[in-house]
Design a protein around this ligand. Structure first.
Ligand code: FAD
Length: 303
């Protein structure tokens, strides 16, 4: 089957692009293995238009239904390889092989989790005892006791960011704080942020609190923010030789084109602010660029 565009990733970026592409009368298929970040959001309260909040799962379902309604097709499987062909790309998933003139990569990132059982992690996430995105939900922890798990530049920046929401912020290292520079330590202390040294040996959940075991004792927080970095899902782009940043994000121009002709990228997988609104904005730019680049080869796309 030959598609105008194969979208890889069915989160806010991929689904926004699918809606736009289908409404441009283009033949589009979305591949999704449902391991994204959006579907894990218990309740987003900073996404415009939903004053009472909306769960990530429901938002994604609504977008998926919208894309389906305009004729986008779906394949619920992981894409395992992406190759260039004479007319575009060969996209191989675990369940099928298709060809497409263009590909939009909207594969996102995966957060590194703190060392705890998966079931405990998911329960803590659902209860707001673990959060991953201070930009998204720092507001919800205003004046609460907050623990940031991490160290170095990343942990330092996250703890400082959260200090604007609460006077009770601790930076807790999983092992030790040897990556923390002297001026960072000094700045944390100046702003009243507690520096707690690991190793972290355990976690316990209560109804409205999470306890962390460290050599100093059992410390109790309303919420912990892991600041442990992410794995960028850019392997398919790298396999085609697309330029990526040191962190692994896919480099794009202002129309979301990668350095590989016909390959576009949007959302968390590209550098920039990791937010739903940003992913959607980039995807609408990418979809329009795909439409216009295809029409440069054949101006009337439909008949
Ligand atoms: C707990 C949490 C709370 C958050 N809260 C908010 C919030 O309140 N507001 C906000 O704006 N942002 C929030 N964010 C950030 C937001 O989730 C992301 O910025 C957004 O989901 C990015 O969209 P995306 O489409 O780029 O990636 P994702 O939502 O991660 O979707 C990527 C999709 O690609 C699929 N995929 C990846 N590789 C493949 C492959 N090879 N084959 C097939 N499918 C593949 C994945 O399974 C996934 O479905 C939060 C993040 C987390 C973790």
């Amino acid at each position: 089957m030959f598609y105008d565009c194969a979208v890889i990733g069915g989160g806010p970026a991929g689904l926004t692009a699918a809606i736009y592409l289908a409404r441009f009368h283009l033949k589009v298929i979305v591949h999704d293995d449902r391991r994204g970040r959006a579907v894990t959001i218990p309740m987003t309260r900073n996404h415009a238009g939903y004053p009472d909040g909306i769960s990530g799962y429901e938002l994604v379902e609504r977008m998926r239904n919208q894309a389906t309604g305009y004729g986008a097709e779906f394949c619920s499987a992981e894409v395992v390889s992406l190759e260039k062909s004479t007319d575009g790309f060969v996209v191989s998933s675990k369940s099928q092989v298709i060809e497409a003139k263009t590909v939009l990569l909207a594969t996102g990132v995966i957060n590194h989790r703190p060392p705890m059982p998966a079931r405990m992690h998911d329960e803590a996430l659902a209860k707001g005892l673990i959060r991953y995105c201070p930009v998204c939900d720092g507001f919800e922890v205003t004046d609460h006791a907050v623990g940031v798990i991490g160290t170095g530049e990343h942990g330092f920046r996250e703890a400082l960011f959260l200090r604007s929401y609460s006077a009770d912020v601790s930076l807790i290292s999983l092992d030790d704080h040897h990556n923390l520079l002297e001026d960072q330590t000094e700045a944390l202390m100046r702003h009243g942020i507690k520096i707690v040294t690991g190793p972290v040996t355990g976690f316990t959940l209560q109804a409205e609190a999470i306890t962390i075991e460290v050599p100093a004792g059992a410390l109790c927080y309303s919420t912990i923010y892991p600041a442990l970095g992410t794995e960028v899902r850019s392997g398919l782009a790298r396999s085609l030789g697309a330029d990526c940043t040191e962190e692994g994000c896919v480099e794009v121009d202002r129309h979301q084109r990668t350095t590989v002709s016909g390959l576009y990228a949007a959302g968390d997988v590209v550098p920039g602010l990791d937010q739903i609104s940003h992913a959607m904005g980039q995807a609408s730019v990418a979809a329009t660029a795909i439409r216009n680049d295809l029409s440069a080869q054949n101006p009337i796309l439909r008949f």
